[in-house]
Design a protein around this ligand. Structure first.
Ligand SMILES: *Cc1c(COP(=O)(O)O)cnc(C)c1O
Length: 384
């Protein structure tokens, strides 16, 4: 990143910087490993919805996974084919459902009986029929932060297996929707691949159950959740997609002609984005010193929201290392990026890179304190 220091010094901070070569290398790996088994990948747009990023992902032939009507529209704007767009989310509005139906998307991932009924009603009104997959709650605990685990019975997401007979009864009465698959998503930032093995085993049991009910499913959707190495972003810039897809190839028993779909977000875009910020002041406390930077949780909320770890580097300085609490300007005590960070000796106007911020970074920014919307720059474009 230091190679870009001259460019960074001409740009107004804070801003997001996207390494498009790294994004390419990541996408090449995803494609190569998924193609080995004929798996289908949908990129989870909620991780990063910037058009240049979406357009590059589209070039590799992937679809998208959306959690709002606007994400469906953004996917179409970026050139994704409607038949490759999956639409998930516990609280889809009537308007959003209509967007999906009118555009003939691949499938709605449906999370409740009332939602099935509403989709059917809207499809009927539009004189259309639409595909649905049921988002099932596998009751698999993922080893991740409690705020980003989603596959347990007590989570708000998905339908529990014990309600499935009732769901099938209701489905029989709904003539404008077709059940094409089942969908799972057990959480995010999962680094223990054994969690995905447990998911495969659970899906196998659930598939047996559907077979007993004489229901054929065209596809299984295993969701996303593969984690990235926030501690060592330079050494591990591309996640281990080979091992990830291999787990599913080895443990998930697909039926003849059944497709397996994935919805990867963080693992695709996480490492290619950094937040660049300038040091405003270095302030000495009684026991600590603070590097006060011009970005805050309004630009990157992950540390404040779920105590997320990001590598931080002073790319301007070659002075001996010292320890700093790296903090933002927002009027909240949780507005710090990390405490006791070892940085090269830091002074006013140095540029600090906060790494691995490509996923759930720019998309979660806010204008609290009337902050200016943060800009994005891309390594493959002229940046002025
Ligand atoms: C957020 C989400 C994803 C993507 O999760 P990552 O951890 O970023 O891979 C996939 N599917 C659904 C339904 C989601 O909500």
């Amino acid at each position: 990143m230091k190679n870009y220091l001259d460019t960074f010094n001409t740009l107004k901070t804070p801003f997001y910087w996207y390494d498009m070569d790294l994004l390419d290398r990541t996408l090449i790996s995803v494609k190569q490993e998924a193609d080995k088994y004929g798996f289908h990948v949908h990129y989870a747009v909620k991780a990063n919805a910037n058009l240049p990023i979406l357009e590059k992902i589209r070039e590799y032939g992937f679809g998208t996974d959306c959690v709002s009507g606007n994400e469906v529209l953004r996917s179409l704007e970026a050139g994704f084919k409607p038949k490759e767009i999956a639409f998930a989310g516990v609280g889809k509005t009537d308007e959003e459902i209509a967007i999906g139906i009118e555009n003939d998307i691949f499938s709605f991932n449906v999370e409740s009986i009332p939602e099935l009924e509403v989709i059917n009603e809207i499809a009927a009104k539009l004189g259309k029929s639409t595909n649905v997959s049921l988002r099932l709650n596998p009751n698999v605990a993922a080893n991740t932060h409690e705020y980003i685990t989603t596959g347990l019975n007590e989570n708000k997401f998905g339908i529990n297996m014990m309600d499935m007979e009732e769901v099938l009864k209701v489905l029989k009465t709904l003539s404008h929707i077709k059940l094409t698959g089942i969908h799972f998503h057990i959480g995010s930032q999962i680094t223990d691949l054994n969690d995905f093995k447990k998911l495969c085993e659970r899906i196998n049991q659930i598939q047996d159950w559907f077979e007993e009910q004489d229901i054929k499913l065209e596809h299984i959707n295993a969701g996303g959740g593969l984690g990235i190495d926030y501690q060592n972003p330079d050494e591990n810039s591309v996640p281990d997609f080979a091992s990830y897809f291999k787990i599913f190839a080895e443990h998930l028993k697909l039926r003849p002609n059944q497709q397996l779909h994935f919805e990867l977000g963080r693992s695709i875009v996480g490492q290619c984005g950094s937040l660049l910020t300038k040091v405003l002041y270095v302030k000495k406390g009684v026991q600590k010193q603070f590097a006060i930077v011009d970005a805050g949780f309004t630009e990157l909320i992950r540390p404040a929201l779920y105590q997320a770890y990001h590598e931080i580097e002073n790319i301007s300085s070659t002075l001996p290392e010292e320890k700093y609490d790296v903090v933002g300007p927002i009027c909240e005590s949780t507005d710090f990026f990390r405490k006791d960070v070892t940085l090269a000796g830091t002074k006013r106007n140095d540029i600090i890179a906060i790494k691995s911020a490509g996923a759930y970074g720019q998309v979660m920014t806010s204008q609290y304190n009337l902050r200016t919307p943060v800009k994005a720059y891309y390594s493959d474009k002229q940046n002025k």
